[in-house]
Design a protein around this ligand. Structure first.
Ligand code: PHE
Length: 448
């Protein structure tokens, strides 16, 4: 039986932790290179629409499920739909979190390596080619990437084993504000580079000839990834909420913060890409090659680059906490006595699953048939299949298994949500979200 879980100490603590989960590699690392490979502005526009019309309603749905049941991902669905198979939504989420964290932590490891290199001055005096070589050297050094992946995982475990208030809330409370401040400094530098306009135009000007079915599915996957949706991470985080917190307002804050950081990320990166003569289609290494080059051009570049890497590390860690948390909470069923042990065991298993991803970006060959690296294939499976499928199931489950009036009552606790707004949300969730996800799938596989 699930126990009554620990709770967030404050409303701000919850918002920062949930925003910390949302804001991470998705907004800062994945969005720029995915937009870069998929035509820029048009992709970004579709992403924003998905964030608002699909992401926001779904986020509120996950919050409602979590707070209503006060249970972790799997038990939440069991409580609402006993003796049925719906708890598989939670199991799918936990499985997806497991796989996601396995390669997320690999990128976390690259960040750790870059931090050490930045502090020890290894970027000084390199040119564009030098930065490209640097990335290749890092990813081709098997022991180095594995050690760094391990270090990142240990940092995540150390926080999650401490629990909600003493672990996650305490860390995110100072990491997130620091991240915002550092980000603003970086953007100011990037948009004032010579030739920055071309990059700004690439990011904001929607050229719809660049849009096809695949791009739309990528934008959808990106929106769910960026808001940590579809795998019940937000169900788990909101299960630690008190009844008097305002769910709609929290959901709006988190979507706004994520959007804000996504814009800042584009503004930090694309002006620099164009101004310094890189290609926006570099793929996953994009920020690891372009950003060091940006900083090398500026006064105190070394210092700012180090700050940026710290920012990126915080953003990545706060997302990783939520991924490990959903796994730990669902295994311990919120039993605090088991937390420490389970955090270590699950964390180390996730590390092991990440080994092929860690080695696949520079050492192992690409997988036969699908032609992707192990890392690329895991990312594709999570972002473009598991998250949208999970989101689809949550959108079907919520109106089907929770009575409309019960949903309204739950959302209304602590909020001044009007019936009219509720009806709009309900309509979006019940009809628009599932239809949009299905259309995106059918379109991507070429059926429509
Ligand atoms: N939202 C995180 C990011 O953008 C990734 C994530 C996805 C975290 C799903 C938790 C759940 O980096």
């Amino acid at each position: 039986m699930s126990k009554q879980p620990e709770q967030w100490a404050s409303k701000l603590g919850f918002i920062l932790a949930a925003a910390g989960s949302a804001i991470g590699l998705g907004a800062i690392w994945k969005l720029p290179f995915t937009a870069g490979e998929n035509g820029g502005g048009a992709f970004f526009l579709v992403f924003v629409l998905m964030l608002l019309f699909l992401g926001l309603p779904l986020l509120l749905a996950e919050f409602t499920i979590g707070r209503k049941t006060q249970r972790e991902a799997i038990s939440a669905y069991r409580t609402l739909a006993p003796d049925s198979n719906w708890h598989w939504i939670g199991k799918l989420g936990v499985g997806a979190a497991f796989l996601l964290l396995s390669f997320y932590s690999v990128v976390g490891g690259w960040i750790v390596i870059y931090l050490v290199q930045a502090i020890s001055g290894q970027f000084v005096g390199l040119d564009s080619e030098g930065f490209e070589n640097m990335f290749a050297q890092v990813t081709q050094n098997g022991w180095l990437v594995l050690t760094a992946h391990f270090v990142f995982m240990i940092m995540t475990i150390l926080v999650v084993q401490g629990g909600i208030q003493k672990g996650i809330e305490r860390s995110t409370r100072w990491m997130m504000p620091t991240l915002f401040v550092l980000f603003i400094i970086i953007v100011i530098r990037s948009v004032t580079l010579d030739g920055a306009m071309e990059g700004i135009a690439f990011f904001f000007y929607p050229d719809f000839s660049n849009l096809d079915g695949q791009t739309i599915l990528y934008a959808l996957g990106q929106a769910f990834f960026s808001l940590s949706l579809g795998i019940s991470v937000m169900v788990t985080y909101s299960s630690y909420l008190k009844k008097e917190e305002d769910l709609p307002r929290s959901a709006i804050s988190i979507v706004s913060l994520t959007l804000f950081i996504s814009i800042l990320a584009g503004l930090a990166i694309f002006p620099a890409v164009f101004s310094l003569g890189f290609e926006p289609t570099e793929g996953p290494p994009l920020i690891f090659i372009v950003l060091p080059a940006v900083f090398s051009e500026m006064v105190f570049g070394q210092l700012f680059f180090t700050l940026f890497i710290i920012l990126l590390l915080f953003a990545t860690l706060t997302s990783a906490f939520s991924l490990l948390e959903i796994v730990v909470a669902s295994v311990t069923k919120n039993n605090p006595e088991k937390r420490k042990k389970v955090a270590w065991i699950c964390g180390l298993l996730i590390f092991t699953l990440g080994i092929p991803s860690a080695l696949s970006e520079g050492i192992l060959p690409t997988l036969p048939v699908i032609g992707m690296t192990f890392f690329g294939a895991s990312d594709f499976l999570v972002s473009n299949i598991l998250l949208p499928v999970g989101a689809l199931l949550i959108a079907i489950f919520t109106p089907l298994k929770i009575k409309k009036d019960d949903l309204f009552t739950e959302i209304q606790h602590g909020s001044s949500f009007k019936r009219r707004t509720f009806e709009i949300w309900y309509f979006l969730l019940k009809y628009i979200v599932p239809v949009a996800i299905l259309l995106a799938f059918l379109n991507a596989i070429g059926i429509i």
